[in-house]
Design a protein around this ligand. Structure first.
Ligand code: ADP
Ligand code: MG
Length: 453
């Protein structure tokens, strides 16, 4: 059985080679596979404009790529969300023949993102240590730094660095068994392996991970609260580590702040720990320039500076804005360096994010609800009447805004508090709402207020 994601990934590999980077990035790679419906592969476009562009320009190439790898899929069809119900029972998993072009990445043969290389990784003060460590393990896996633990906020290049290590290892040590998994993938595979009580499934799962020369696991903070997987990871770790096999981990926080069993935390922290901080303005501009030259965009420094000034702590978002300007100017047939076009594109961007809740909105709702003054809520007062609302407010910010706001920025907002204070407040309330009905009701009321329910 092949999952729809595996199928789509394979078609993307073929399509990437056959289309320009711009078309690939903006249109093809933005489609989401829905399933197989009557011999057709159904793809979901974000909006009608994208659907039309794909239908008119890239349908044929998509059809060819699909046929090349999966001869039994007759056609591809692009739909928009409102048409989803028509294909409600599209199969998410199918048993179909594959051609010799099919790439099976479920085994240790991995496809690292081709663009995520060291050459494409711009080094600045904020990431130079992490980049140096990554380079060192790529050159001498299993020798000096083990395990390597890279941590930092969302969109700052952790996954990029891991793929860069992978790309380099694959080139220089083709005989080595290298595996990159996201933590979620590992968790799911582990659960699947124990699901059927099939001793072979468990054995295969273990063998797969314990025979590796290099194991990279991305976003290990998601091991929190998954005791079974933590135990499995602990044994996998030990086996690899004792055999001098390279282990590389990433997380959005340092090992000591991950909510996992102590012995695993200690293991994660025994090697090198390297953090990545948000890059400064110059580095952000340099990263944008790199992206432009890779994708063949010709944007001038004025536009790039504007983007780099608007978005300060998430490179993925910066790229999103860059793509938005290019795609907007392509759609309207304008010059992406024309400031009025840029402004229009960004207005569009802002409109698209108007339903995103801001910290200010959450704080305002909490102040009104608890009848406290904003200065007090974000200030230094330590009396209970303020501390509890403050913690609830911080919890709600983390919960609603999620990873889009780094904990350090929330701490900054609340009178320059440390990110660990933010984490403490968040975790405390998160536990409390499970046992304390009053707290749970307060959180719900404020949430309703924010969403105007
Ligand atoms: P994380 O895994 O930390 O959330 P990613 O590795 O996914 O972040 O990076 C997000 C995007 O930003 C990717 O497209 C990546 O190529 C880009 N990026 C991050 N840091 C750099 C850098 N120093 N140089 C070039 N691109 C970068
Ligand atoms: Mg990542």
């Amino acid at each position: 059985m092949l999952k729809i994601d595996q199928i789509w990934k394979n078609i993307l590999l073929a399509a990437e080679a056959k289309t320009t980077t711009l078309a690939y990035d903006l249109y093809i790679n933005s489609l989401a596979p829905v399933g197989i419906y009557h011999d057709r592969l159904i793809l979901l476009a974000d909006n009608r404009a994208i659907k039309n562009i794909v239908d008119n320009n890239y349908k044929e190439v998509l059809r060819k790529c699909t046929n090349q790898v999966f001869p039994s899929i007759a056609d591809v069809e692009v739909i928009v969300e409102s048409e989803l119900e028509n294909v409600g029972n599209a199969a998410k998993e199918v048993d179909i023949p594959v051609s010799s072009n099919y790439v099976d990445d479920t085994e240790s043969k991995v496809n690292f993102v081709a663009q995520y290389t060291f050459e494409n990784f711009v080094v600045g003060k904020s990431n130079e240590y992490a980049a140096a460590v990554a380079k060192a393990v790529a050159d001498n896996p299993g020798e000096k730094y083990n395990p390597v633990f890279i941590w930092g906020g969302v969109g700052l290049g952790k996954t990029h660095l891991m793929h860069a290590i992978g790309n380099s290892l694959q080139r220089n040590f083709p005989e080595k068994r290298i595996m990159y998994v996201t933590c979620d993938q590992f968790v799911n595979e582990f659960i699947e392996s124990i699901h059927d009580n099939d001793p072979n499934a468990t054995k295969n799962f273990r063998a797969k991970y314990r025979k590796l020369d290099v194991l990279m696991m991305d976003d290990v903070q998601f091991l929190a609260n998954k005791e079974g997987t933590q135990e499995e990871m602990f044994h996998t770790f030990n086996e690899l580590y004792l055999a001098d096999k390279q282990i590389i981990l990433s997380s959005d926080r340092p090992p000591k702040e991950i909510k996992i069993e102590e012995r695993l935390k200690t293991r994660f922290a025994t090697g090198v720990i390297a953090d990545i901080q948000p890059p400064n303005l110059e580095t952000r501009i340099a990263i944008l320039q790199k992206k432009c030259s890779n994708k063949g965009y010709t944007l001038n420094i004025r536009v790039l500076t504007l983007i780099a000034e608007k978005i300060t702590n998430n490179i993925r978002e910066m790229e999103g804005m860059l793509n938005r300007i290019i795609s907007y100017s392509t759609l309207v047939g304008g010059d992406p360096n024309d400031m009025s076009i840029v402004q229009e594109a960004l207005k569009d961007y802002a409109d698209a994010s108007t339903d995103i809740i801001t910290i200010d909105q959450v704080v305002k709702a909490a102040c009104e609800y608890f009848r406290v003054r904003r200065e007090d809520l974000v200030g230094k007062k330590k009396n209970k009447e303020i501390v509890v609302p403050r913690q609830i407010c911080i919890y709600l910010i983390c919960d609603i805004l999620g990873q889009s706001v780094p904990l350090a920025s929330i701490g900054e907002y609340f009178g320059g508090r440390d990110h660990t204070t933010v984490m403490h407040a968040r975790d405390k309330i998160s536990e409390e709402i499970k046992t304390n009905d009053i707290t749970a009701a307060q959180v719900k009321d404020i949430r309703d207020k924010i969403y105007n329910r």
